[in-house]
Design a protein around this ligand. Sequence first.
Ligand SMILES: [Zn+2]
Ligand SMILES: [Zn+2]
Length: 353
Amino acid sequence: MQEIVINLHIHTRFSDGHATHAELGRYAARSGLDAIIVTDHNLWVQGAEGYHTENGRQALVLVGEEVHDPTRQPQKNHMLIFGAERELSPFGADPQRLIQQGTAGGGLCFIAHPYDDAMPAFHEPDLSWVSWEVEGYTGIELWNGMSEMKSVAGNFLAAAFYAFFPHLMARGPLTRTLNKWDELLNSGKRVVAVGGSDSHALPMKAGPLRRTIFPYPFHFRCVNTHLLTPTPLSGNLEADKRLIYAALKAGHAFVGYDLPASTRGFHFSAQGKDSQAEMGDEIPAKGGVTFQIRLPLKTECVLLKDGKPVKKWNTRDLCTYITTEPGVYRVESYINYWGARRGWIFSNPIYVR
Ligand SMILES: [Zn+2]
Ligand SMILES: [Zn+2]
């Protein structure tokens, strides 16, 4: 399998971000990303996809959309849509209809920042998802860089601190979001997890202080979605787009916080009696299943079954576990960085049926 590192959920000047698609493409190439997916609010920007080169490295810019209902009070329910290849904001008022329309032509729908606190000091509302009765969506944005900021920087002082020391902020997906994901998985649903930066590069002004909150090149080195694909990117836009969206749809992916150390090379797979499974796949329990976890470096690693830890390793980079029990198995890994234990890797599950 090949590994493709993408950063998704990004805003440009077409909505409330502060860069063009071409600038983002160059930042992405410079940051070592393979691709990014731009998702402006209620606007699918046509004609902006393509490859950009910087310092001899190439990055692909794809365009999706983040849809919500701007007339809804209070504001809630943001949805990321990839690969629908058409404008979907007219359906923003009805989340179920939005999912039907978004997936009808092969598009993917991810619930954005499922839990997202208000930030009253900055007039930022709570943008959590509330319509959990919906069906048929592809997955959720497990780790969102801005929601985490909103959860820890409720006042000017805290926001200013993290604006100047952004590398001290990230700890992992919100516990509420992790618990909700496990609840959805335990109900029998297949729910793909992705990590998004929600990058805007917002300018902050507080008295004499001027600072950009999380510049794009910084965010591109933080929470990324790593995809496993059968082939590398080819340089052909349509073929590469299909490759990326197929991996996202299948959940052949993990969420990696690449700032403390690159998570490239992580692997979680299962070997059964007659079959093999990657993250996102199902495998029969009959005859037993051996999980294999490979970490890019030796650090804390937890295997969870149905949301509960079943095995923990602290000093290994290769971990194995044998089971005959059906369940939803996933991996979390943590790393120490700047004096704190921080979430590093969150795998998609392997479904043992
Ligand atoms: Zn949003
Ligand atoms: Zn957003």
